[in-house]
Design a protein around this ligand. Structure first.
Ligand code: PLP
Length: 374
């Protein structure tokens, strides 16, 4: 039996998405900026995909296609600070942001911004009251993720955004993990910038999108041609964009069903691991339905995950982009996992195609792997 339980790292490509993409890797290879009718027809498909992604995000703003969720985050953060006056030099980010945000914030810090981390609770949630205390007229940008990629903690983006706006700052939310399991409703949340990525919603890798609200500035990070309305130079990844559009369209139809299914799987998994001694769950009740983070005392996560993969269960320690490190992640540190549990932190993330049988199997194999690893 093989159970893929690493959907927070990436999701399998939906066969319907692949089918939609294939013509654009074959006979419809035209550059969407060219003038003849075949190329204009490709342009029309790119624009249709843009509308579908915008519809899924649910706002009146604009979509800029990028090369990844990471690039979207960089574009959003740099856009947000691009027009700030010299008095707004503070940037507030949560302590558990993905490295996309932390890395970009770090580069802004080297350019003279003061970056401060907002503390989180034991699951990774930022308290709006905490943000209120730290806001000030010198803050240009607040960036807090919608759902955390390691614990599944969910933030109240609308409340956080309101506080940022009351202080005259822009608000960005990294919704890369949230997009597949929650209705983003950009208009209601009020965010100025939202970052998303196709490969977390059964779309292709290498394509992301940044949502910018109607009056938000957009500062191109990648310079060159006039593609994406001048916001992101470079010939479009047409097949990727078409795939993103198709994946967004499918998700728009089945998001609630997916979330319900994932919630049930999560319950079964949590019940299945309940009897394993000295294991704590780092994912909050009511968090993202696809993510379960657990920490087992006296266990090296890497060894345990290796045993699991030999048994056919594929899971990870946390963020996939950090998997070369066996040290506990910044998220594990920030949520305060007790010392004896830290190194035994593992993330299981389920998807649309997983079954109850899959998660029961994963839970049983986790119990065995933990016992053997101790
Ligand atoms: N933000 C979060 C919360 C993520 O989980 C990820 C990917 O794991 C990213 C950003 C980066 O997205 P991408 O892999 O498309 O660069």
């Amino acid at each position: 039996m093989k159970v893929y339980a690493d959907h927070a790292a990436t999701t399998p490509l939906d066969p319907r998405v692949l089918e939609a993409m294939l013509p654009f890797l074959g006979q419809r290879y035209y550059n969407p900026s060219s003038l003849y009718p075949e190329a204009k027809a490709v342009r029309a498909e790119v624009e249709a995909a843009r509308r579908t992604v915008l519809e899924l995000i649910g706002g009146p703003g604009r979509i800029v296609f990028t090369g990844s969720g990471t690039e979207s985050v960089n574009l959003a953060l740099r856009s947000a600070v691009s027009e700030c006056d010299g008095d707004r030099k503070r940037i507030l980010v949560s302590a558990v942001e993905h490295h996309a945000v932390l890395g970009c914030a770090d580069s802004l810090a080297r350019e003279g911004f003061a970056v401060e981390c907002l503390p989180v609770d034991r699951y990774g949630v930022v308290s709006p009251d905490e943000l209120k205390v730290r806001m000030g007229p010198d803050v240009s940008l607040v960036s807090v993720m919608s759902a955390n990629n390691e614990t599944g903690a969910v933030n109240d983006s609308a409340a956080l955004c309101k506080i940022a706006h009351n202080g005259g700052a822009f608000f960005h939310t990294d919704a890369v993990q949230a997009l597949g399991v929650f209705r983003i409703r950009a208009e209601e949340a009020g965010a100025d910038f939202i970052s998303v990525s196709a490969h977390k919603i059964y779309g292709p890798k290498g394509v992301g999108a940044m949502y910018a609200a109607e009056n938000a500035p957009v500062f191109p990070v990648i310079r060159g041609g006039e593609q994406e309305g001048g916001a992101r130079a470079g010939t479009e990844n047409v097949a990727g964009i078409i795939g993103f559009g198709r994946a967004a369209g499918i998700l728009n139809e089945c998001l609630e069903e997916d979330a319900l299914h994932l919630g049930k799987l999560k319950r079964i998994f949590l019940d299945g691991i309940e009897s394993i001694p000295d294991v704590i769950v780092n994912s909050p009740p009511g968090g993202a339905p696809h993510i379960v983070s657990v920490s087992a005392a006296g266990v090296e996560a890497e060894l345990c995950l290796l045993r699991l993969s030999m048994a056919g269960v594929f899971a990870s320690m946390g963020a996939a982009c950090n998997s070369s490190s066996v040290e506990p992640s910044h998220v594990v540190e920030a949520v305060g996992v007790p010392a004896e549990y830290k190194r035994g932190t593992m993330r299981f993330s389920f998807g649309r195609d997983n079954t109850a049988e899959d998660v029961s199997f994963a839970a049983r194999e986790l119990a065995l792997a933990v016992a053997k690893s101790r």
